[in-house]
Structures are given as C-alpha cells and as structure tokens.
Design a protein. Structure first.
Ligand code: B1M
Length: 210
C-alpha cells in the first residue's frame, strides 16, 4: 500500500530520488492523487516551519524543494487531467516585481491546481502591468500574489491600484501571502484576502469562486 507518511518524510529529508520513487509507486497503486499531493506539500510545510524556527538553513530548504518538485512533476499531469473536462475557474499566481523567491508560490500553485483551478503561473519578478494585462486578457477570477521581501511587498499595492485604474478591480479577487505579509498589511492595501499558508490560500480562493 502507498505510504503517504514516507512521501512526506522524503520531502522533509530532501530525498529527491525517494520522493520520485515513492510518488510513482503511490500513483501506480491507485492512491488518491490529491492525497499524494497533500503528503508532498505537508513535507514542505514542515520544512518551512522548521526553517522559520532556525532549526534548518537555506541549503536544506532548497534540497527539500528539489525533492518536492520531483514528486510534483509526477502528480501534476494527473491532477490537471482529472480537472480537464470541468469548467475551471482561472487564477494567476506569481511573485511580485523585484522578488525571486518561488518556493512558497509554487506550493500555493499546486494547492490551487489541487483545488481545481486553471492556474496561469507568471513566475517571479513580475511587474504589475503584466499581471493586470494577463488578468484582463485571460479573464481570471483570482490573482494570488507572493512576496518574501519587505522591500517588494509594496508592489502588491501597485497591482491593486492598476486594476482600479483599468476599471476591473471589482471583477477579480486579489489574494496576498508570503512571509512578511500580514492581515493588517492586506487590509491596508485593499486586498481581498491574506493567507498564511498554501492550503488556506486554496480554500479561500475556492470559496471566492463558489
Ligand atoms: Co531569501 N530572504 N533572499 N532567498 N530567503 C528571505 C525571505 C529572508 C527573510 C531571509 C533572512 O534574512 N532571514 C530575507 C528577507 C528579509 C526581509 O525582506 N526583511 C531574504 C533575503 C534578504 C534575500 C536576498 C536579498 C539575499 C541576498 O541576496 N542578499 C535575496 C533576494 C533575491 C530576490 O528575491 N531579489 C534572497 C535570495 C534567496 C535565495 C535565491 C537564496 C532563496 C530563494 C530560492 C527560491 O525561492 N527559488 C532564498 C530563500 C530560500 C529564503 C528563505 C530562507 C526561505 C524562503 C522559503 O522558500 N521558505 C527566506 C527566510 C524565511 O522565509 N524565513 C528568505 C519556505 C516556503 C515554503 O515558505 O515562501 O513563506 P514561504 O511560503 C509559505 C507562506 O508564506 C505562504 O505559503 C507558503 C507555505 O504554505 N505563501 C503564500 C507564500 N506565498 C503566498 C502567496 C499567497 C498565499 C500564501 O497568495 C495568496
């Protein structure tokens, strides 16, 4: 039987080959792909928590992220295929201009995909103009913005201001997150939601689109 706890552990310990092998075995054995995804993400969540407590350092975070990605490469096509015949809500996700951190953003992306969203990932260091242009041309319902630097969190407000300037603020929900972001900051810039973690972000986004 698929051992989900072992999958979580392989990410926690940064065992990339183990993560790939265990994930492959789990899906071949017919495990629920969303449960496999949760097991992978849960490994990375605990790595994030341990990092926040200074129990581990950047290299370990990056090694775990590599293991996570090996597992995600296997489940992603299955999750996308499982939603292929449904009318999917559309969401943009990216890290704001000037900011290159993408580990948390990628976790949020996977949770959004798991929640049934068609996700447009614009990557990192994305200017407000590109986000707003894409939101309009792709008719998205949700924009999820990530920032990890105190120097880039202000770029989230640029996105909200530009949406207002273009007259489309009312037609899209803007969600924000990342280590320096707080509910108070989200309120201050007029975001629709702040989420502390990827799983909560996906739940909130889903509630927005009904
Ligand atoms: Co950087 N970095 N970094 N970094 N880095 C931080 C953020 C820092 C706090 C480290 C420190 O000094 N203690 C610090 C910022 C200080 C500040 O702003 N006050 C910092 C700095 C200073 C820098 C550089 C400037 C360092 C330098 O070059 N001098 C530089 C900046 C580069 C740039 O962006 N322009 C830099 C570079 C890097 C690396 C490239 C080495 C690497 C990034 C690799 C990558 O992302 N591909 C890196 C890393 C790994 C970190 C830390 C160590 C870990 C971040 C991480 O991935 N955490 C980080 C320290 C920290 O955060 N405490 C740090 C794990 C991840 C799972 O958590 O991203 O918080 P997180 O995501 C969470 C939640 O926040 C939430 O969900 C996730 C969990 O479920 N979430 C969202 C995230 N985005 C969301 C969006 C949402 C909702 C929820 O939308 C709705």
């Amino acid at each position: 039987m698929a051992n989900l706890a072992e999958i979580t552990k392989s990410v926690e310990t940064g065992n990339a080959n183990g993560a790939a092998a265990l994930t492959t075995a789990a899906v071949e054995e017919g495990a629920d792909v969303n449960e496999v995804l949760s097991a992978l993400l849960s490994g990375m969540e605990s790595v994030g928590e341990r990092f926040s407590k200074n129990e581990i350092y950047i290299p370990q975070v990056l090694i775990s992220a590599r293991a996570l990605n090996r597992g995600l490469d296997i489940v992603k096509p299955l999750i996308e295929a499982s939603g292929a015949d449904k009318e999917q809500a559309r969401a943009i996700i990216c890290t704001v201009e000037g900011d290159l951190h993408d580990i948390g953003k990628n976790l949020v992306k996977m949770m959004f995909i798991g929640a049934g969203f068609n996700v447009i990932d614009l990557g990192v260091d994305v200017p407000a103009a590109k986000i707003v242009e894409t939101a309009i041309s792709e008719n998205v319902q949700v924009i999820a913005l990530s920032a990890l630097l105190t120097t880039t969190m202000g770029k989230m407000k640029n996105v909200i201001d530009l949406l207002s300037e273009k007259g489309v603020r009312g037609s899209v929900k803007v969600m924000v997150g990342g280590a320096p972001i707080t509910q108070a900051f989200a309120d201050e810039i007029g975001a629709d939601a702040y989420s502390a973690d990827a799983a909560t972000a996906a739940r909130v986004a889903k509630a927005f689109v009904g």
